[in-house]
Design a binder for this molecule. Structure first.
Ligand code: SF4
Ligand code: SF4
Length: 388
């Protein structure tokens, strides 16, 4: 067999991960307008930061203490992020490994590592300083000067979402499935890059023990994972908003991805399904507005955070994720719909209507595999109101 070089082998693989991200339309500027007037965010200003600081009142402060722990699966998952945090950063090997220095090749290598570790999507962008938090949850200044951000996306599981209502007892566990898995991948990837002789730090969720130094949404946008949707988060054409992400920042020389355009801005303008279905009325029906240098639909963080923390009929909430017409399994029929959104936007309203008629967004009880249970003072019991 003829021997082949690393560049030949890596360049050969047209699609690296499980989703055909390489086929999307890449553009020079993101579809969300970004000005040069973005202020760095203090992590304490975030919804959960405000809740931890008691700014949303004593009931929210009391409930956040059992946010993950009130359901046994999310509670089991909750014990892991603090362990990851110990290895988010570390010493860099004194000598650089004898590897090729071609940024294109290194990007394909790092993405392949992410997919080997079971990432669903990996994207890369430059790290703008405005995407670094100004202060962390403890009020300490944040500094992160590495050049690149590798974004690691993990699906929250389509079939579980299908069996749920979106804001029932499995919701928090779905989030932490993605947070913990992406944390594992980010910590492994960062530790590997440090062993190659380059600085690298993992950023991931751990609730009160958050290990993010960077704001994830703009990095997802710049790394070409998706477009910002009406619900205020990034939507990917294959996963919808059904994912969480971790990040690795590094100085390893990498080639960056570009933002994508698959027609979402016009689609969200007409759809509004998430705004109708949000139990907290946190998603707007109106047009985009300028906010901190971004032109976005202005999502009400306080309403959403309060609902997720104090939801008495479940654990957290992902109802906007569940009902979104982009929350779909893989398949050629949905490939056609994706093509129609991009090339025939006059059909957008019809697509939303057909989505409703076919019952997408409704709970399908045949897919429910978990028990409804609630921890009450250390004793598991059947919650007062079950979901089915
Ligand atoms: S997570 Fe729930 S409360 Fe928050 S915006 Fe989505 S549907 Fe509304
Ligand atoms: S439900 Fe509709 S409006 Fe909301 S994010 Fe999804 S596509 Fe956009």
């Amino acid at each position: 067999m003829q021997s082949r070089s690393y560049p030949e082998i890596l360049a050969d693989r047209k699609q690296l991960g499980p989703y055909p991200m390489e086929k999307l339309k890449y553009v020079d500027q993101p579809t969300t307008k970004i000005t040069d007037n973005i202020q760095r965010i203090d992590e304490r200003e975030h919804g959960f930061g405000q809740a931890f600081l008691g700014k949303f009142g004593p009931f929210v402060e009391k409930e956040i203490a059992r946010f993950c722990e009130k359901y046994p699966i999310s509670s089991a998952m909750w014990e892991m992020p603090p362990q990851f945090k110990l290895i988010a950063d570390g010493e860099v090997a004194p000598n650089k490994a004898p590897i090729p220095q071609d940024p294109e090749l290194l990007s394909r290598h790092i993405k392949s590592l992410g997919y080997f570790l079971r990432a669903d999507i990996v994207g890369i962008c430059r790290l703008p300083q405005w995407a670094v938090y100004s202060y962390n949850l403890k009020g300490n200044p944040v500094e992160c000067n590495q050049k690149f951000a590798i974004v690691i996306v993990i699906d929250q599981d389509y079939e579980t979402m299908k069996g749920s209502r979106g804001d029932d007892w499995i919701s928090c566990s779905q989030s932490f499935l993605s947070y913990n898995t992406s944390a594992f991948i980010a910590c492994t990837m960062a530790a590997y890059i440090r062993r190659l002789g380059y600085p690298a730090r993992a950023h991931f969720e751990g609730a009160t023990r958050s290990a993010y130094q960077v704001v994830v949404t703009p990095l997802l946008l710049l790394a070409g994972i998706g477009e910002i949707c009406r619900a205020g988060i990034v939507l990917n054409p294959f996963l919808g908003t059904r994912f969480k992400a971790s990040v690795v920042t590094t100085d390893l020389p990498l080639e960056t991805d570009k933002p994508v355009d698959f027609g979402l801005q016009e689609f969200c303008q007409k759809c509004m399904k998430c705004a109708h279905e949000c139990p907290a009325k946190a998603i707007p029906f109106g047009d985009k507005v300028m906010y901190n240098g971004y032109e976005v639909w202005r999502f009400d963080t306080e309403r959403c955070t309060k609902y997720r923390i104090t939801n008495q009929n479940g654990s957290a909430c992902g109802r906007c994720i569940k009902v979104c017409p982009w929350n779909k399994p893989e398949g050629w029929t949905h490939d056609i719909v994706r093509w129609m959104v991009k090339h025939a936007p006059f059909l957008d309203k019809l697509i939303v209507k057909v989505d409703d008629i076919w019952g997408y967004g409704k709970q399908d009880i045949r897919y429910k595999w978990w028990f409804d249970l609630e921890d009450a003072d250390g004793v598991l019991q059947i919650p007062g109101k079950s979901q089915d």
